[in-house]
Every structure is written in structure tokens, then in C-alpha cells.
Design a protein around this ligand. Structure first.
Ligand SMILES: Nc1nc2c(c(=O)[nH]1)N=C([C@H](O)[C@@H](O)CO)CN2
Length: 117
């Protein structure tokens, strides 16, 4: 199976368990890998036969920007469910980076894989 990916997708959102985190927006960074057979799109040169990464990006940004979750676990799971259901993606891997959440660490977050390749 081929992979269509989005890397370094930065989105501002309300996320976190502490009082101050409920009052501000913080930037999360998503890396998303999605299994998809690109052979028909490659043969036909037609966007209708592939997974439109612009449409995926727009949907993820729309959802994350308006969300207000406490845990990154909840946010990443909801994003995975939306993408798998709405874009018929058989397998995906998402890295959610909440940069700066730990003062001594550059990167902190969650990685999930869902579905079958
Ligand atoms: N496993 C998790 N641990 C923590 C989370 C989280 O969402 N999942 N969140 C926080 C705080 O909101 C943190 O990001 C602020 O420093 C702490 N631990």
C-alpha cells in the first residue's frame, strides 16, 4: 500500500488539563500518514481517483481549531476516527506533537496507528 502524508501541520487550539490552558490557544503539530493505493490516480492523472491531501488538511484544521479537549489522547483519537470514516482510509499513523508542553523537552506528544494496511 502507498502512503499519502501531511507533515508539520500546525494548528492552534485549546488543549490541556490546567486552568491556564483553558484560557489560551496552543499550537499542536500533526504528522499524518495515510495508506492509499495511488495506482488509479497515477494512471488517470485525475484527483477524483486519489485521496486529496488538501481536503484532508482542511477537515483536520477545521475540527482541531474548534475543539477544546483536555487530553491529547482524546484529540488524536477523534482526528483518526474522522479521517478513517470520512475519507475511507484503511490505515493511518498520526504523530501529535505538543511542543513546549514540558519545559525541559523540545517535543512531547502521542503517536497512534489505526486500521490495517
Ligand atoms: N498523557 C498525557 N499527559 C499529559 C497531558 C496529556 O494530554 N496527555 N497533558 C498535560 C498538560 O496539559 C500539559 O500538556 C501541560 O504541561 C500533562 N500531561
Amino acid at each position: 500500500m502507498d502512503i499519502i502524508f501531511l507533515g508539520g501541520l500546525e494548528i492552534d487550539t485549546v488543549i490541556g488539563i490546567y486552568d491556564w490552558e483553558r484560557r489560551v490557544k496552543q499550537t499542536i503539530v500533526l504528522d499524518i500518514e495515510m495508506a492509499f493505493d495511488i495506482s488509479k490516480a497515477a494512471e488517470t492523472d485525475d484527483i477524483a481517483h486519489t485521496l486529496d491531501y488538501k481536503a484532508v488538511s482542511d477537515r483536520v484544521v477545521e475540527f482541531v481549531e474548534q475543539s477544546e479537549f483536555f487530553l491529547v489522547e482524546t484529540l488524536i483519537e477523534r482526528v483518526a476516527t474522522i479521517l478513517r470514516q470520512e475519507f475511507d482510509i484503511p490505515w493511518l499513523r498520526i504523530v501529535l506533537n505538543k511542543r513546549g508542553a514540558i519545559s525541559r523537552a523540545k517535543d512531547v506528544g502521542i503517536i497512534i496507528e489505526r486500521g490495517e494496511k
